[in-house]
Design a protein around this ligand. Structure first.
Ligand SMILES: [Zn+2]
Length: 241
């Protein structure tokens, strides 16, 4: 797994975050909003600098940087300057987070704990009178697992040692087409009229997440004439020429 840098545009400059005492877990409390919906709502409707969360986990479990290690706007004035806010997309009072989202959240929080070993992991409802992150969110499991230091490696996709943004859904690995195509030297185009991506001139039926096209790794391997090996020990799909 990795954190995707979406290069969001913020209004004004963000303050530095020095002293991180808490890692605070949120949900969007919205059934379908993604990164950009949240960013634009916070920036353009609420008039903030931009998305208030430090990190954002999409419905398809891709981890995006929001404000990163700059001061966020997610848990009130007395906490924002001393916490990292991680938001998981969904309304977990009515929906249930996917296993992939939960694993991404655990992975991210565990990574943050390496940078801020003394930070306490809590739900938004631990510092404020709110239902966030929702009654269906397995907060105690996330806290327990993220506090463990040992873990099995998370699934990933690589080409020539370079990690490709990827997610796993229903046991299938999907990798971001353009990143891989650039590394392989294949061409990617976007047909504006048909709203379909093309790989080496051929239309592909990909899954579009936040404007980026993802294809099953097996299919990408076939289309780009690459070998696909699965390294069970490292839980890694290894693509090669
Ligand atoms: Zn919240």
């Amino acid at each position: 797994m990795q954190i995707v840098e979406p290069n969001l545009r913020f209004n004004g400059s963000l303050r530095n975050l020095n002293n991180v005492e808490y890692i605070i877990i949120h949900h969007t409390a919205h059934p379908s909003w993604g990164l950009m919906d949240t960013h634009m709502y916070h920036r353009d409707d609420l008039g903030w600098a931009g998305i208030g969360y430090n990190y954002f986990i999409h419905r398809q479990a891709i981890i995006y940087k929001g404000r990163g290690k700059k001061q966020g706007a997610h848990a009130g004035g007395s906490y924002n300057n001393r916490s990292i806010g991680v938001c998981v997309a969904g309304n977990f009072d009515s929906q249930t987070p996917s296993e992939e989202q939960i694993e991404a959240c655990i992975w991210l929080v565990r990574k943050l704990k390496k940078d801020y070993p003394n930070a306490e992991i809590i739900g938004h409802n631990g510092v404020s009178n709110t239902a966030c992150p929702g009654r269906n969110f397995p907060l105690s499991r996330v806290i327990e697992e993220a506090n463990k230091t040992e873990s099995k490696p998370e699934p990933s996709v690589t080409y020539n040692g370079e990690e490709i943004p990827a997610f796993i859904e229903d046991g299938r690995s999907f990798a971001q087409m353009r990143t891989l195509a650039d590394l392989v030297g294949a061409s990617v185009d976007w047909d504006q009229d048909k709203h379909v991506a093309k790989l080496n001139g051929n239309e592909v039926d990909g899954t579009i997440v936040e404007g980026r096209t993802f294809l099953p790794v097996r299919e990408l391997g076939e289309k780009l004439d690459l070998n696909v090996d699965w390294n069970q020990e490292k839980r890694q799909a290894v693509l090669s020429k």
